[in-house]
Design a binder for this molecule. Sequence first.
Ligand SMILES: [Zn+2]
Length: 324
Amino acid sequence: MSNQSFHQITVPTPYAVGDVHMYVYRGESVSLIDAGVNTDTAWDQLVVGLKEINLKPSDIEQIILTHHHPDHIGLTGRFEHEPIIYGHKLVEPWLNQSNQFFDQYLDFFNGLYEKWGVPHHFRNIEKTIAVTKKYSSKSELHHYLVEGDVIEGIPGMRVIETPGHAQSHLSFWDEKNRQMIVGDVLLKHISSNPLLEPPKNQGDARPKPLLEYRNSLEKLLDYDVDQFLPGHGKPFREHKELIERRLEKQSKRAENVFAYLKEKGPKTPYEICTWLFARQYETQFGLTMSETIGQLDYLESIGAVSSVETDGISYYAPSMIHQK
Ligand SMILES: [Zn+2]
């Protein structure tokens, strides 16, 4: 698929989400937006995709990343000529892959899972890290991007910070052509997940990804976009109704959690997760746990629930004023 300025190249991923897109922009310099997943098949298909527009991997001068997930940064390390890599500051540790970073990641989740009453056999964070490393790339981030930055080499392309799905998530807005590269913030065919991550600085309060995600969606309502170019699925427009639907669906889910707690009394996040995602939690534990804690953060933010700690375990229950 091509449009005025961006050429889409699609490669398969080993993840449930399926194919992932990259976008090539040819202007003052040749840019690649996002970098697929680190498999031989993905690399081969990128090479073929570039050839179709008369380019070779060595023609890519810069890579701009929407966020740090393996299916978006995977091939960065395969370019032998080392193109300049741009992204949010928080992409950096995922590209550098230091042991210290992953040790902290492990400690963070082990600590939370302990507190949330998660049984030991579900705490397979080492495996998550191993898979993430396998499909990512070790490389370097050369330039940090922040809200409002104009990306060099792509005239008029501005950075919008859109955290929630990932703490590092950026979207790119081409106002002149009314196109937005939106990564995984908003997908037409599936709802995107807010995912839990450690805080920027070890020891700080943890991020609340669902609250950030809602803010990011609300932020996008302010833009008049003709075409969204997503990380997965078809390009789309008319995002306002889609966003309203997604926000509505989330509040409904939170209402269900609230009703459950009102009926059953205090529960740990793990217990809530096994009820809310009875069919999925065993196979998609990290994802469903992130989603569950998101609903609890949301209910807490509107004053509907609060948590108490007993013997180091957190229990959530309706707040006093809501109990009648
Ligand atoms: Zn993602």
